[in-house]
Write a protein that binds this ligand. Structure first.
Ligand SMILES: C=C(O[C@@H]1C=C(C(=O)O)C=C[C@H]1O)C(=O)O
Length: 178
């Protein structure tokens, strides 16, 4: 897991990115329900799987801390996964949660279960605005057309979820390059 301060994606509001985004990608990037559920359906009959790449306490990147209103010096719970359809990596995701907001949520026991499967079960889940980046994922060498991020909250719990859609997904779903 790279945590270098070097690469910081440039995020902008979803609406600002709309003119540069094809309708096909808009349906994915702008969706506010569970990505896990959408990937499972779109990828059928390939099998959806979450591959845990890394999960530990660490310092958030500057842009992550800013999105969470967290001081970058504070430790946070960091989780990086690859979302697979069979052996194809369609998405890499990195989630960051302030430690003092975990409120005993035992997310470190998620393992290969999707964070989304837990998030979307929380009754009072709120999802903040989606922001978009055309920069590559700064935590994995994985090229792709779009990245997105949003903060999920439920009660005092908060987690920043960043998902980068990769070229393999574009190829497998015959999506346009942008
Ligand atoms: C947030 C969701 O969960 C997905 C699964 C993740 C994980 O297991 O770490 C992270 C981000 C998402 O792509 C979702 O399904 O929408």
């Amino acid at each position: 897991m790279s945590n270098g301060p070097a690469i910081v994606p440039r995020w902008r509001p979803l609406a600002a990115a709309r003119p540069a985004m094809s309708p096909e990608w808009w349906r994915w990037v702008a969706s506010r329900d569970s990505l896990t559920a959408r990937l499972t359906e779109a990828g059928y009959p390939r099998r959806f799987r979450v591959r845990l790449l890394d999960q530990r306490l660490g310092r958030p990147r500057r842009d992550e801390a800013q999105a969470l209103g967290l001081s970058p010096t504070r430790l946070a719970w960091l989780r990086e996964v690859a979302l697979h359809l069979d052996d194809r990596t369609w998405v890499v995701a990195r989630s960051v949660a302030p430690l003092n907001r975990l409120r005993g949520q035992r997310l470190d026991r998620l393992g290969e279960r999707s964070l989304g499967s837990w998030l979307f079960r929380q009754p009072d889940l709120e999802r903040g605005p989606i922001e978009v980046s055309a920069d590559p994922a700064p935590f994995r060498a994985a090229p792709g057309p779009w990245g997105r991020r949003s903060v999920f909250r439920h009660g005092r719990f908060a987690v920043l979820v960043q998902e980068f859609f990769l070229e393999a997904m574009m190829d497998d779903l015959a999506l346009p390059p942008r």
